[in-house]
Design a protein around this ligand. Structure first.
Ligand SMILES: O=C(O)CCC(=O)C(=O)O
Ligand SMILES: [Fe+2]
Length: 367
């Protein structure tokens, strides 16, 4: 593989502080436009989240993962029709291969009111399973404060993305329901070192499904990589107090491919080092929208910028286009079923049978 001028070899770094004056704001919007169209990933430094809050959240991670195995297993995701809770090492799969990471899926507060007969995807949002307060005092409150700050940033950021595409600041508002009736999903993740796990696949190559992901790399490890148009894997090393923001297939689809979803993966930390921690945050859109009916009208002069990045190389396939005629909530549910078939078998048996007609997969089937 040889790289071309269109390839990126690092991820653009945007400084949130540029937004505070009109001149520098214009610079930020221009840099954002480039990052969205040509890379699909960016760093956001000096974000509106206090450094102390990052420090507090990060300090909890070894403590939560250090709980005795039975305390963690008591919170297992299989308990939850909302796919929220604890997953042991190796149970989640990316395109059929086991991911070597341990995680707790935790979301913003949401009371579920699904009733039998309503679309099944309305069952997807609901309460998280939190560790017992006495086991990790203060964790739940701190993590919820962190999520609240990221949710606020994520809504603000959608306005900036709209502007970068030449739309009015509320140009993406049609995709979002009221904040208090929307659940956003996050997780805390631990990647053990290579000598402690069965393969180097921390998480295999994948695209995120939704609109925007806000990732906090919570320890000082390389390992996150993104694939450039030539297919080369480019390192995204952690930068303290900085988010990595990336685009999902949903935003790519409604922008006619202008915003670019980029394949990424995580490699296990080297043997003899220490575990890597991260906190991804996945911003949700309204569940009942069919994205194929919501394609945005973008200014032609912006749309034509797609041409400058040239043909995209062969990255890992994802069957997204076949889904975008379904309600967004159903797309999310199908993705969750594929990532966590054991949870689906228990709570969504009919959908499970459709997706896995031969029963629980052993290999080669998942998303
Ligand atoms: O842990 C990370 O740094 C990235 C995780 C990721 O890409 C994901 O969970 O979608
Ligand atoms: Fe991802």
């Amino acid at each position: 593989m040889t790289s071309t001028d269109k390839d990126f070899t690092s991820i653009p770094i945007l400084n949130y502080a540029l937004l505070s004056s009109p001149d520098t704001r214009a610079v930020f919007i221009k840099q954002l436009r480039h990052a969205l169209i040509d890379v699909g990933f960016l760093y956001l430094e000096h974000p509106p989240v206090p450094d102390a809050l990052f420090d507090e959240v990060i300090a909890y991670l070894p403590r939560v993962f250090g709980l005795p195995q039975e305390r963690k297993d008591a919170l297992r995701m299989a308990n939850s029709p909302h796919f929220l809770g604890y997953s042991r090492l190796g149970v989640e799969r990316t395109k059929g291969a086991a991911d070597q990471r341990e995680q707790f899926d935790l979301a913003t507060p949401f009371e579920n009111s699904w009733e039998s007969g309503q679309p099944e995807y309305l069952r997807l949002w609901g309460p998280s399973q939190w560790p017992e307060e006495e086991d990790v005092p203060g964790f739940k409150t701190t993590f919820l404060r962190y999520l609240d700050a990221v949710v606020s940033l994520s809504y603000e950021f959608t306005g900036l993305v709209a502007e970068a595409f030449g739309l009015s600041p509320d140009g993406l508002a049609q995709f979002y329901g009221p904040r208090e009736r929307t659940q956003h999903r996050s997780k805390i993740v631990k990647y053990p070192t290579r000598d402690a796990v069965a393969s180097e696949q921390g998480v295999g190559p994948h695209f995120d499904a939704g609109f925007l992901t806000f990732l906090l790399q919570a320890s000082d490890h390389a390992g996150l990589q993104v694939q450039n148009p030539s297919g080369e894997w480019i390192d995204v090393p952690p930068r303290p107090y900085t988010f990595v923001i990336n685009i999902g297939k949903g935003l790519e689809s409604v922008t006619q491919g202008l915003a670019r979803a980029t394949s990424h993966r995580v490699l296990a930390p080297a043997a003899g080092t220490s575990p890597r921690y991260s906190i991804p945050f996945f911003q949700n859109i309204a569940q009942d929208l069919r994205l194929s009916e919501q394609v945005l009208q973008l200014p032609p002069e912006v749309l034509k910028l797609k041409g400058r990045r040239g043909e995209l190389g062969q990255t890992d396939p994802v069957n997204f286009s076949e889904y975008d005629t379904l309600p967004a909530g159903q797309v999310s549910l199908v993705n969750r079923v594929k990532s966590h078939p054991d949870v689906a078998e228990r709570h969504y048996p009919d959908l499970f049978k459709q997706i896995f007609p031969h029963g629980l997969p052993t290999h080669g089937t998942g998303y």
